[in-house]
Design a protein around this ligand. Structure first.
Ligand code: MN
Ligand code: MN
Length: 321
């Protein structure tokens, strides 16, 4: 067993101190000098939002919701705890008033987690601006690949706006910054679930001009699965980053988010799409934009916790072969 969990038949899931999916704290695993395949950490930052704030409470809510995430995937026939060593690294230090300083702090924290050459990073936000920091840390730890990482992006929004209110590091801009710095290869990036209305047609220009493949929600219903399958085949075993903004899901299923957009994926659809990425070499990920104050039944945080699980499953099933 790579990850030892409390036995839920003896220690109920509703008891004890919450860690992501009940995985052990990183410091406890590190004290035993055990290798860690994935660290999961929270980034309680929402200083980059353009509309409703509150995602700073996301990590705490997702941790709590994740107590009921189990370990064996029926669909993939894999027990993630048998295949992967996973740990909760706690929350990154944040700089609540300053997006750029926050990005630098979080990236520095993430860069130091576990074994840089081995341990993969999964960040739970927080608003989407925090993706830049986790992408940067992942890119550095993978040896700064000159071509940049491939990227699968789930969102209602492209997040390639140059600046909002003079801020270049907010949640509308993580991918323009990551592409500018060569952390992500836009020609091997796909944005899934994009929908409008937009502020203007020109909002599509940066992504289109740089070769990002855009699959709008409407297109998904047409030939989206085939487009994604072709992308997965083309990327092959190349190192890929997965970024998941929960607002790609319909507000009927994920109301707890800050810039919601009606007419999105159902929970079942999005979990199925994640499973269809089987075979990809996911080397880093984030799950962002959960806003617990707008999530009265906790279903958004609960879905986010299961998205974390599905991402881990992709690596587990790949290693299992
Ligand atoms: Mn986003
Ligand atoms: Mn979004």
């Amino acid at each position: 067993m790579k990850t030892v969990l409390p036995d839920s038949r003896k220690f109920p899931r509703f008891a004890g101190v919450s860690t992501f999916c009940r995985y052990p704290l990183l410091e406890l695993v590190a004290a035993k000098s055990l290798p860690v395949d994935w660290v999961i950490y929270g980034v309680p930052f929402d200083g980059g939002v353009t509309y409703r704030p509150g995602a700073r409470f996301g990590p705490r809510a997702v941790r709590d919701a994740s107590q009921y995430v189990k370990r064996y995937s029926i669909e993939h026939d894999v027990d993630v705890c048998e295949v992967l060593s996973m740990a909760d690294a706690g929350d990154a230090p944040v700089s609540p008033y300053d997006c750029k300083e926050n990005a630098e702090r979080v990236a520095a924290f993430a860069t130091g987690l576990g074994d840089a050459g081995h341990t993969k990073l999964l960040a739970v936000g927080g608003d989407h601006s925090i993706a830049y920091a986790n992408i940067k840390a992942t890119w550095q730890r993978r040896g700064k690949p000159a071509a940049g990482l491939a990227c699968v992006h789930f969102d209602s929004h492209l997040d390639t706006v140059d600046s909002v209110w003079g801020e270049k590091w907010g949640h509308a801009s993580p991918f323009i910054r990551a592409i500018e710095e060569g952390l992500i290869d836009p020609k091997r990036m796909i944005s899934i679930g994009i929908k409008g209305p937009l502020n203007s047609k020109a909002d599509l220009d940066y992504a289109k001009d740089h070769g990002v493949r855009i699959v709008t929600h409407a297109q998904w219903q047409d030939d989206g699965p085939a487009q994604l399958a072709a992308f997965v085949a083309e990327v092959g075993a190349a190192e890929a980053y997965l970024t998941f903004d929960i607002d790609c899901v319909d507000p009927a299923y994920a109301p707890g988010t800050g810039t919601l957009c009606p007419g999105g994926f159902t929970s079942a659809e999005v979990l199925g799409i994640l499973r269809s990425l089987r075979g990809m070499n996911v080397v880093g990920a984030d799950v962002v934009e959960v806003l617990p104050d707008r999530d009265p039944a906790g279903i958004t945080a609960f879905l986010a916790a299961h998205v974390v699980f599905e991402v881990l499953c992709l690596d587990a099933v790949r290693r299992k072969g």
